[in-house]
Design a protein around this ligand. Structure first.
Ligand SMILES: [Zn+2]
Ligand SMILES: [Zn+2]
Length: 269
């Protein structure tokens, strides 16, 4: 079992507690197994697990942000260590928040659909018309008598029926893509100019996501926030200090998630 398949277990309507196809005949995990596995992962890889759960919208991000902040406070970045304690405590949460936003945005190629909470279906009443014969079925002569029609005996009523309707937002898949819209998560887009020039489809790195396949949060936003605290911020300070800490934190998020993944695999195999 991997982390990606975990969100399914939070859907009460999930019929099978297993990410393997039933055809393989693998032992299906019971909800008790999954709960126990989660407890283990939570204790062995708390940061990675909290990050993942928050990213998937299963858990509040506060514990993950606390963990990241803890890590950020211990970083020895040459630019940040020169800051006053007050400025550091003002800036670090900004960097942490930003790193988390970037991680959670670029992380999952799929997130549970918020419209149907990952089930792929929404509850809706459907109305169907049903025929009734309040005076009994039409007699045989009705069919053969001019001017009389069997439909005279029919009474049609609209009947409301609770129904599961395919969720429009995710088209019944229960998941939505967080992939870059420019390249649909491929990282490459067709290079129109070169394709014309060469006469064969030619691709280039997607400019929107820079080949990351997921739309990233622009770092200029973080820079603007830092400049509020440090108005005379130089480019050198930005890149070697704050931007570097952000990228260290984003990397940390990924490493911790991978570590949680390893722990989960260990306990579910
Ligand atoms: Zn949906
Ligand atoms: Zn792209």
């Amino acid at each position: 079992m991997n982390l990606e398949s975990l969100p399914k277990f939070y859907s009460p309507k999930s019929p099978k507690l297993n990410d393997e196809t039933p055809a393989t005949g693998g032992a299906a995990l019971t909800i008790t197994d999954v709960m126990a596995a989660q407890g283990m992962v939570q204790s062995k890889a708390p940061l990675g697990f909290n990050l993942f759960l928050a990213k998937m919208g299963i858990q509040d991000p506060a514990p993950a942000l606390d963990g990241l902040m803890h890590y950020a406070l211990a970083l020895k970045n040459p630019v940040l260590v020169k800051l006053s304690e007050k400025a550091r405590l003002e800036i670090l949460p900004v960097l942490v928040q930003f790193a988390y936003a970037d991680y959670s945005r670029s992380a999952a190629s799929k997130a549970p659909c918020p419209h149907c909470s990952g089930t792929g279906f929404i509850d809706a009443d459907s109305t169907t018309k049903k025929v009734h014969y309040p005076d009994g079925k039409p007699p045989k002569w009705a069919a053969s008598t001019k001017g009389v029609f069997p439909s005279y005996w029919e009474e049609w009523k609209e009947v409301k029926q609770p129904a599961k309707v395919k969720c429009d937002h995710c088209n019944g898949k229960g998941e939505v893509s967080t992939a870059c819209r420019g390249c649909k998560g491929k990282g490459l887009v067709l290079d129109d100019r070169r394709t014309k020039l060469i006469g064969a489809p030619t691709y280039k790195v997607c400019g929107r996501c820079n080949g990351n396949r997921y739309s990233r949060v622009p770092t200029t936003l973080a820079r603007a926030l830092v400049e509020r605290v440090i108005p005379d911020l130089t480019s050198y300070q930005w890149y070697s200090g704050y931007a570097d800490v952000i990228s260290t934190l984003v990397t940390k998020c990924w490493q911790e998630e991978a570590f949680a993944e390893v722990q989960l695999r260990k306990v579910t195999r």
